[in-house]
Write a protein that binds this ligand. Structure first.
Ligand code: ZN
Length: 353
């Protein structure tokens, strides 16, 4: 049994070592621990804005320490910052079984190479797994952040107990992961299940990926605010201001306050996502759909039209029989928790890597 006192330290590590610039450290004082855990796993969530590292004792999903630093800092490459972050969280006396990394961008989970993470400087054709293993002499494993969020929700979150599920997160982009027959779908090079990058309208707006009319370009947060601003520009009345950029959050707040145009904006996004999910039901036949991300926090305003479209566009009611539509349970922790799940899987069955 562990009784842990909790304290927060900014920019300072126990023992005097420092985190890379701008970092924040949360750790648990083990002075009151009756028994020390014998081993740990390290999980990393690496995004374009920040990177986080968690030190997880065996058998627990609660990190004993959690560090967070900005991904970019003047004069220092993100890779250097990542390696320093791992070194900073490494426990001195105990054994680390494996390091799991949930990374933004396109990557090959089989070789551990990042093809391209556009938002992370220097992360192009980067053999990240090899670099981490060479440095720390500990097995490492890399996964796409959306795929690992799906794994996290399946193993430890809203998707527990299901054998087949679709996870979709809708925020500034649309990310996804699919569990089929108790396995995370990866594809030949680990690039499968980009469910946000399916063409909804070939003549639609450009997607951040460079293609046109993808679901992400039509229904993610920036698309919701852009569509709303365009309607106001065209003369629609709204409580939202004209002639200035809007955020999806502002649209959601206006919708909650009863603004008719903002409500229509969320309905439109919900219907588009529901229509796409109806197609995914035909492809994957899941038992659950787990929805995460900031856009889903608008609740019924987006989920009701989504659910209605799901019913309207599904080719047979059999796909809806026993289907659970769930909201994600892990929030921003889904990627980190999925990286932990992957690290544990690799530590217990190295051949699976
Ligand atoms: Zn796209």
């Amino acid at each position: 049994m562990i009784i842990a006192a909790f304290r927060r330290v900014v920019n300072q590590m126990p023992g005097g070592s420092s985190l890379p610039g701008g970092g924040e450290s949360i750790h648990y004082d083990r002075a009151l621990c009756y028994t020390l855990p014998v081993s740990y796993h390290i999980a990393i969530d690496l995004g374009g804005t920040q990177m986080r590292a968690g030190l997880f004792p065996a058998g627990s999903t609660h990190p004993e320490r959690l560090e967070r630093i900005p991904t970019h800092s003047p004069g220092e490459m993100p890779l250097t910052r990542l390696l320093d972050l791992i070194a900073a969280i490494m426990p001195g006396e105990a054994q680390v079984q494996a390091i799991g990394v949930a990374s933004a961008g396109q990557l090959d989970p089989f070789t551990g190479t990042i093809f391209n993470a556009l938002n992370v400087q220097g992360f192009t054709n980067l053999p990240l797994r090899q670099i981490i293993e060479d440095r720390f002499r500990i097995p490492a494993v890399i996964g796409n952040d959306a795929n690992l969020a799906a794994l996290g929700e399946w193993k430890y979150g809203a998707g527990q107990g299901f054998h087949n599920l679709i996870y979709m997160t809708i925020s500034t982009g649309i990310g996804a992961g699919v569990i089929m027959d108790d396995h995370l779908l990866l594809g030949q090079r680990g690039l499968a299940t980009e469910l946000g990058h399916v063409t909804v309208d070939p003549n639609g707006p450009i997607c951040p990926c460079g293609q046109y009319g993808h679901l992400e370009a039509m229904a993610a947060g920036p698309a919701i605010s852009r569509w709303t601003a365009a309607q106001i520009e065209a003369g629609e009345t709204s409580s939202l201001p004209a002639g200035q950029p809007l955020t999806a959050k502002a649209v959601a707040e206006a919708a909650l306050a009863g603004d008719a145009l903002a409500i229509r904006a969320l309905e439109r996004a919900g219907r588009l996502i529901g229509h796409a999910l109806a197609d995914y039901l035909h492809i994957f036949n899941p038992a659950a759909i787990v929805l995460g991300g900031g856009v889903t926090r608008s609740g019924k305003l987006i989920l009701d039209p989504l659910r209605q479209a799901l019913h309207e566009f599904t080719l047979s009611k059999d796909y809806l029989e026993g289907l659970s539509l769930l909201t994600a349970a892990l929030g921003d922790e889904a990627g980190l928790t999925g990286a932990l799940a992957l690290a544990r899987q690799i530590a217990s069955e190295p051949a699976a890597r």
